[in-house]
Design a protein around this ligand. Sequence first.
Ligand code: GLN
Length: 280
Amino acid sequence: MNINLAIKIGAKFLRNKFILNSYLDSEILMTRAVNKDKKYILLNLDKNLNKMELAKFNKLILKRCQGNPIAYLTNKKFFWNSEFFVTSDTLIPRPDTELIVENVLNLTKHKNKINVLDIGIGSGCILLSILKERTNFYGTGIDISKKCINISKINAINLNVSSRVKLYKSDVDKFNLGKYDLVVSNPPYIKKYVIKYLERNVAKFEPKIALDGGLDGLSEIRRTIKKTSELIKKKGIFILEIGFNQKNNVIKILKNEGFYINSTQKDLGNNDRCIVSTKI
Ligand code: GLN
């Protein structure tokens, strides 16, 4: 079977399972099956697939039919200015989270050699994007998941920033190293019992540990704020991602821990998503 026909048949299977963008997804999965880029696919549509390539393609289509996100099937997701290696051990980087990077860049135009801490680094998308943009900043990332630390390491190497980043597998409460000019975090903030109602396939395929914010959704945010208040320098900036309905509660917690609220920001869907504060 040639590439063209296989893509068309794959797309039909996806369409039957109500997968949007079925043709595009089928094409992307083909790039993965033959281990080539999209340009190669388009220039070689009539090339025949060998047995192994076809088997790999069929397997990927089947997984996509079951709802597996494309990012996990290709192990890639684009965020800010770079492509990140991702697996089902990390949350898939969201466009909404780019708000944090945008804020950091706006607030650090004239800063040099500052130390940035990312609490719950996941794939590394936030911290590593910052280090890539600000070539004299230093980064520290922590995560409770050893697998996330390893994935962040790979991404740091891929983005060419590994000499400026330190990564630690640690629970947030147990981490006590360093003093930071800037802290960023996208902690788990979904209420435990709401996780199952999230968008199709989020709960099914993405790591619960990266989503579960406890019974009130604020457990991890509280721990993150408390730790940040200990490790951040006076006048240091703290940029935190929050759930759409958490703004007022989180502002209260931040104020209690000695932070001044600079601004709150809405995401692409017009939901409150990000709080910028300063330690006083
Ligand atoms: N924004 C993610 C979602 O809605 C949740 C991320 C998080 O808990 N930090 O799926």
